[in-house]
Design a protein around this ligand. Structure first.
Ligand SMILES: O=C(O)C(=O)C[C@]1(C(=O)O)C=C[C@@H](O)C=C1
Length: 369
């Protein structure tokens, strides 16, 4: 399946500020005061590395009583920052009123937040408010790891006529406590990219990390996964930020982070390098064919065992046998320097397919009887 979106290339509406460097959208998590926003904007603009200024004006907070954004007045401050620095501005919108106010205040780019993307009613309201308007829109992934919600939101906005469209990968909520505030689950962004290669994806390391220390690592990984840019929260003094203080960086720290990022090419630069890659890929093609062939052979033995179990009334699941397989194969994988967790995942996948196939065989019997 391919995703059919009508979109214009990112380069038609936002370009990296520097050659051979990633595209960066930066700014405070929240606009707090006029001085905080305008000063931060100036410091960011001075780095010469920023393509657009972001700031949260309306902040969705889980519990009431927390700072919920400065509201409409912040749009005027943002406009002043834009006039003085020349940076285009970006704001999160969560309903039709936000869209109207942001447009009236001359905001250049809108984004739909993760808590809105989960709700098709909200996304549709935003899409309807955007009908007939020509403005770039970015759609953050939903808080929960559901690719179809992300796709649905992109489709709704696109169907409203927005062709300057991008996705923002900000990570997903998870019950497990990990090093990340929001689990990156990179595979979901990769799936989106595979379904729609022309859709630009901007990574948001600030929300994935939740703390500034690991922002460089996540940023580099996003670029290595061919994402088209980064949205990084930056505050003139993060220690006193009103929201998300731990994940914001000063403009000068951001400048250092950008300097240390490597922008890699999607294709080899020379003929000789591309020949070398082709040669290695040919080896992969051959090995993949062999792996599939062997898995198919294994499955046909599994089917024979399934028929045997059916005819002799033996349970499908054989815990002891499976335990033995896991132990032996894990030891073998370790000896071959394969990652044991990876090997275990592969084996578990095969086991669940064996069970699925043998269940089909068992059920075929009950249909015949
Ligand atoms: O050994 C069996 O009984 C099988 O059916 C094969 C197999 C496997 O895929 O290796 C499948 C299911 C059992 O739980 C254990 C092992």
């Amino acid at each position: 399946m391919k995703l059919n979106l009508n979109i214009q290339p990112l380069s038609t509406w936002l370009k990296p500020a520097e050659e051979n460097k990633p595209l960066i959208i930066a700014g405070p998590c929240s606009a707090e005061t006029e001085d905080q926003l305008v000063t931060t904007a100036h410091l960011l603009a001075k780095t010469g590395k920023i393509s657009a200024l972001r700031a949260g004006i309306w902040k969705p907070r889980t519990r009431p009583g927390e700072f919920e954004g400065i509201g409409s007045v912040g749009l005027q401050w943002l406009n002043r920052a834009k006039q003085e620095t020349g940076l285009p501005t970006a704001v999160e919108v969560a309903n039709a009123r936000h869209v109207e106010e942001a447009l009236a205040a001359g905001v250049d780019i809108l984004w739909v937040g993760a808590r809105s993307t989960v709700n098709p009613f909200t996304v549709q309201e935003i899409a309807d408010a955007l009908r007939g308007v020509d403005i770039p829109v970015m759609v953050k992934n939903p808080v929960n790891p559901d690719l179809s919600l992300w796709i649905g939101a992109l489709e709704r906005i696109n169907q409203a006529g927005i062709t300057r469209l991008a996705a923002i990968h900000r990570g997903f909520s998870s019950f497990e406590k990990t090093a990340f505030r929001n689990e990156p689950m990179w595979e979901l962004a990769i799936q989106l990219k595979t379904l729609c290669p022309e859709l630009p994806i901007i990574n948001d390391p600030s929300h994935i990390c939740g703390n500034r220390e690991i922002i460089p690592y996540v940023s580099q990984k996003a670029l290595d996964l061919d994402m088209q840019g980064l949205m990084i929260e930056s505050h003139l003094d993060p220690t006193i930020a009103w929201t998300d203080a731990k994940q914001q960086v000063t403009p000068s720290a951001l400048s250092d982070i950008i300097d240390n990022l490597t922008l890699r090419h999607t294709e080899p630069a020379t003929r000789a390098l591309s020949d070398k890659l082709d040669e290695l890929r040919k080896q992969i093609d051959k090995l993949d064919d062999q792996i599939i062939q062997k898995i198919a052979e294994r499955m046909s033995v599994v089917e024979k065992i399934g028929e045997y179990k059916r005819d002799n009334d033996i349970t499908i699941l054989q815990v002891n046998r499976w335990d033995e397989i896991m132990h032996k194969r894990s030891a073998f994988a370790r000896a071959l320097k394969l990652d044991v967790n990876f090997a275990a995942k592969l084996l578990e996948l095969m086991h669940s397919e064996s069970i699925r196939k043998q269940t089909e065989i068992m059920n075929a019997k009950s249909v015949v009887e």
